[in-house]
Ligand binder design. Structure first.
Ligand code: PMV
Length: 313
């Protein structure tokens, strides 16, 4: 149980997909990493009732919670976590704070669910294994995405780089030389559900066009895994560029993403691509550390609303 005097905190990170988004939905591999500097944090304080607060949004949870559950993923996660643990919803105030922009390919929905699942367990004085939390968060992801591959919840819950294949246990991957990545936000929100739905429509109406591209993305991901293990950063960059071109051909890029990708490449980036669902959200650029400032400046001049850097080691 919580100590009444002190608030407790739980958290979960953002994530980015390095290679393989969209193709991963069709059984191809993908590589993704957590971004530990951007997080969702939940502050838990004991209270006489159960309440959830996220910015302007708040809910006290009364007896009619089952009615609320139908439409509210956040409460549904809290309820399903408590049910899984076999406990009533703990009487506590759960305040959710997020640094992660929504609908931008950084996994904000999965991070909120993961941090909140941990918070409900902590408030109940119980522990939840990563694998059980992962399954609970995946269920909520299906409300947001329809047919999620499971990559977001896996990277975020385990908070480690993963080579991911749908339906298989996540595998670690080796990185011989650290990668410096800039993550730049177009500022345009886009729903992953929509881009995933459009790729599915393309696969169904024109499989001869879509499937070779999806399969090539899978091969690129495997080649990138080998290149990362050998420290061949130039090859990693070229593979990022090819992966981006294929995502564009699958219709999930956008003028804003093209603009940022081209600006990064014209300013010393080794490779660049959109990351996540696409159509908006974030792109990533692989840079030599001594060119980081140049590429950052170019991205900002091209309209990025936020550029953060992360080192993958
Ligand atoms: O937009 P994001 O960060 O949620 O990324 C989704 C990744 C996709 O491959 C497009 C969808 C999925 O379920 O894997």
């Amino acid at each position: 149980m919580l100590s009444p005097a002190e608030p407790h905190f739980t958290s979960a990170p953002a994530k980015i997909i390095l290679f393989g988004e969209h193709a991963v939905v069709y059984g191809q591999p993908a590589l993704a990493i957590p971004v530990s500097s951007l997080r969702v944090t939940v502050r838990i304080t004991e209270d006489s009732q159960t309440s959830f607060v996220a910015g302007e949004w708040s809910r006290n949870v009364p007896a009619d919670i089952t009615r609320t559950l139908v439409t509210d993923p956040l409460l549904k996660l809290a309820r399903s976590t408590a049910d899984f643990l076999g406990v009533p919803l703990p009487r506590a105030r759960f305040e959710i704070h997020s640094d992660i922009p929504v609908a931008s390919g950084l996994g904000s929905g999965a991070a909120v669910s993961a941090a909140l699942g941990r918070a409900v367990a902590a408030a109940a004085g119980r522990t939840l294994s990563d694998s059980d939390l992962n399954a609970l968060v995946y269920d909520i992801e299906t409300l947001h995405h329809g047919t999620p591959s499971g990559i977001d919840n896996t990277v975020i819950v385990y908070e480690r780089p993963v080579y991911f294949l749908r339906g298989q246990a996540p595998q670690p991957f080796d990185i011989l030389k650290p990668l410096t990545l800039l993550i730049a936000d177009t500022g345009k929100q886009a729903l992953t559900k929509d881009s995933v739905g459009d790729v599915r429509a393309l696969v169904e109406t024109d499989p001869a066009y879509a499937m070779p591209r999806i399969e090539r993305i899978g091969h690129i991901t495997d080649e990138a895994r080998t290149a990362l293990a050998c420290g061949d950063i130039d090859l990693v960059g070229r593979l990022m560029n090819e992966n981006h071109g294929l995502l564009r051909e699958l219709t999930v890029s956008s003028p804003e993403l093209e603009n940022l990708v081209n600006s990064a490449l014209h300013s010393h980036a080794i490779g660049a691509k959109l990351s996540g669902g696409g159509r908006g959200g974030n792109m990533i650029a692989l840079v030599e550390p001594h060119f980081e400032d140049d590429v950052r400046t170019a991205l900002a001049a091209a309209g990025a609303v936020r550029v953060i850097s992360t080192v993958v080691a």
